[in-house]
Design a protein. Structure first.
Length: 256
C-alpha cells in the first residue's frame, strides 16, 4: 500500500513511471512550432502485430513514395527503443510514414501505456476528416463459435467498425460473443468515443510467427477504398515479403 512506501520505494516508482513515459517526435515540428499545432490527416492506418505490419510493408509502403515523419519512443518489459536508424520489423520502434497526408504506423505497446499512446498520437492529429483503419492478428483459438476451430479455414478475417464508419467492409463482421483486446480494442474504442470513422480488420490465424499465408490473408483489403489507391506493384510486393520473411528467420524471433 502507498502508506507503507519508504522514500526509496517512492523514488524507484517515480523513476519507473518516468522510464515508461511515451515520447512522440515529429519531423514537421520544430522548436518554434506551437504546442497545439496538429497534423492534418485524412487516413490513419494502424498495423498491430508483425503479420499486419509485414502486409503494409509488402503491399503498400514504398521508399520512393513514402517518408518517415514521426516516431514513438517507449520502453517496457517487452519493447526497448534503440537509437538505430536501420528500421526492420524486429526493431522496437513505432514509425509514422506519410504519403502526402496519410500516415501509417506499427509497434508493441504495453497495456498500461495504451491510453498514453492514444492521447499523445491522436492528440497530434486533427479529428475532422480523419478515418482510421486498424489491422491486427489474433490466435484462432480465441475465436468463439459453435463449430470446432479445427474445421475453420484459418486464417480468416473479421471486422468491427465504429458507428460513423459508412464504407463497405471487406469481410464479415465479428460475431458476438467474440471481443477484441489490447491496442486494437483501445484504438477502436477511442475512435467510437470521439466519433471518428474507424474499422478494425482482425485476422484469426493458427500461426504464431511471421507467416506468408497470414500476411496474404489481408489481401482482400487491397480493394478497399482506403488502400486501393496505395497498392504497389505485385511483383515488387512479393520480393519485399520474401525479404521480410528471410530477415525474420535470421533473427529467429518467436512472438504472438
Amino acid at each position: 500500500e502507498a502508506r507503507d512506501e519508504t522514500p526509496e520505494d517512492r523514488e524507484i516508482r517515480r523513476e519507473l513511471e518516468k522510464k515508461r513515459e511515451i515520447d512522440v517526435l515529429w519531423t514537421w515540428k520544430s522548436a518554434e512550432s506551437s504546442a497545439d499545432e496538429q497534423l492534418v490527416c485524412s487516413k490513419l492506418i494502424v498495423a498491430i502485430g508483425h503479420n499486419a505490419a509485414a502486409f503494409l510493408s509488402s503491399f503498400i509502403l514504398d521508399s520512393v513514395c513514402w517518408e518517415v515523419v514521426g516516431v514513438v519512443k517507449l520502453w517496457n518489459e517487452w519493447c526497448r527503443t534503440t537509437s538505430t536508424t536501420n528500421i526492420l520489423l524486429t526493431d522496437s520502434f513505432c514509425l509514422f510514414y506519410r504519403l502526402i497526408s496519410d500516415p501509417t504506423c506499427s509497434c508493441y505497446v504495453a497495456e498500461d501505456q495504451q491510453f498514453q499512446w492514444l492521447e499523445k498520437v491522436f492528440g497530434c492529429m486533427r479529428r475532422e476528416g480523419l478515418q482510421v483503419t486498424i489491422l491486427s492478428t489474433c490466435p484462432v483459438a480465441d475465436y468463439k463459435t459453435q463449430e470446432s476451430t479445427l474445421t475453420l479455414p484459418s486464417p480468416f478475417l473479421k471486422a468491427l467498425k465504429t458507428k460513423e464508419f459508412k464504407e463497405q467492409i471487406c469481410c464479415p463482421l465479428l460475431e458476438q460473443p467474440n471481443i477484441v483486446r489490447d491496442l486494437p480494442a483501445a484504438v477502436l474504442s477511442y475512435c467510437q468515443v470521439w466519433h471518428i470513422p474507424a474499422v478494425l480488420y482482425q485476422c484469426y490465424t493458427d500461426v504464431i510467427k511471421l507467416d506468408t499465408v497470414t500476411v496474404e490473408a489481408f489481401k482482400p483489403l487491397l480493394s478497399s477504398k482506403t488502400l486501393k489507391s496505395l497498392v504497389k506493384d505485385a511483383s515488387e510486393s512479393t520480393k519485399i515479403l520474401k525479404k521480410l520473411l528471410t530477415t525474420n528467420e535470421i533473427h529467429n524471433n518467436i512472438y504472438i
